[in-house]
Design a protein around this ligand. Structure first.
Ligand code: FE2
Length: 353
């Protein structure tokens, strides 16, 4: 555990200044129009299904042979699943040249014709380029749905993507920028991951309310995607034997020390069914605690530039990368999710809600 924490924090010392926008950037977003501003509203397939692939923690370094499996993982999953949307939940890169690395690992997405978006990870602005520079490069690639950052909202990759229902969006995917690290007065030089800020909560709430208003007052079912898990996952893990947990749980979660209030807002709004993250490479589980909201880890999609120990079940000496897949059906409130390993094997097929 200590080694993993060290690897996560290795680039910590030099990033605080670049990672923390001024306080002015945290001001609540002003009221705009009554229509929810979505990055895109995507259609279901003619058969009523919609398939989403989540990649996470590719930790790609261009020119580094330790990254080969990550690129293979991304290419093979796109060909094998042929999803309708891809979301990368961050730690896209893990070294210099960082922009070239991002471009290389995201090129299969850009060339696929499939719409895609990112929620940046803590490592994505630690290797020379600022978060804005990295985000700008990503947004310039074909197929990327991420929108221009709003200076009134903390971070960059805050976006909402809808699915096209009969009378407006019938499902939404919220993407938040969980940023990198933050310096807190009381902690001195001790490490603390950043947390979702009030301006991001205001942004989410505004869209959530607008969508519900357009849906006869009923919350529009949603999944929230970001990199660093919320503190509430720790509480849900303690709820054994009443918790529901399926998947690999081989590492303690490393959330921020700060409770952002986001989870409470999800409960208040009654629309987010699952909080989907990455960050902890040796976890790929689905967990439901007493609130009923799921905590879902993606499956590590990277290679050997960073720690990773997950393999096939019962095979201890073979590390296998993969992705998580979500499938939705028009008119149905729940969803199916599973882990797909490189090569196509499915694990943990679950029908949730
Ligand atoms: Fe990571």
């Amino acid at each position: 555990m200590k080694r993993r924490q060290f690897l996560k924090d290795a680039a910590w010392a030099g990033v605080l200044a670049a990672a923390a926008p001024s306080l002015a950037a945290c001001a609540p977003k002003a009221e705009e129009s009554k229509a929810a501003r979505l990055a895109a509203t995507l259609p279901y397939r003619p058969d009523g299904t919609f398939t989403l692939v989540q990649f996470t923690d590719t930790h790609y370094i261009a020119g580094d042979p330790r990254s080969a499996r990550a690129l293979e993982c991304v290419k093979e999953a796109l060909e094998g699943v042929k999803p309708d949307l891809v979301i990368h939940t961050g730690d896209i890169v893990f070294g210099k040249p960082d922009l070239e690395s991002a471009k290389e690992i995201l090129t299969p997405l850009a060339e696929s014709g499939i719409p895609w978006a990112v929620a940046l990870g803590n490592h994505d602005s630690q290797f020379g380029s600022s978060r804005d520079q990295m985000y700008s490069l990503i947004r310039s690639l074909p197929g990327c749905l991420n929108t221009e950052p709003d200076p009134a909202i903390y971070g960059c990759s805050n976006d909402a993507i809808g699915l096209e229902g009969v009378n407006g969006p019938d499902r939404v995917f919220y993407l938040f920028d969980s940023m990198d690290a933050v310096k807190l007065k009381g902690l001195g030089d001790a490490h603390c991951y950043d947390y979702i800020r009030s301006s991001q909560l205001d942004w989410y709430k505004q869209i959530s309310v607008q969508l519900a208003d357009g849906n006869a007052g009923e919350p529009v079912p949603a999944l929230a995607f970001f990199h660093i898990p919320l503190r509430e996952i720790e509480r849900a893990l303690l709820e054994a034997p009443n918790r529901f947990l399926v998947g690999n749980n081989c590492e303690e979660p490393c959330p921020s020390r700060v409770n952002s209030g986001l989870f409470g807002l999800f409960l208040e709004r009654e629309d987010v069914q699952a909080v989907v993250t990455g960050h902890d490479h040796d976890c790929d589980y689905v967990l439901r605690g007493e609130t009923g909201v799921y905590f879902i880890y993606g499956r590590f999609s990277g290679c050997d530039t960073v720690y990773n120990h997950l393999g096939r079940e019962g095979v201890s000496d073979q590390k296998v990368s993969g992705c998580r897949v979500f499938q939705f059906r028009k008119g149905e409130p729940g969803f199916r999710t599973w882990v797909r390993l490189l090569g196509g094997e499915k694990q943990q097929v679950l029908d949730l809600i």
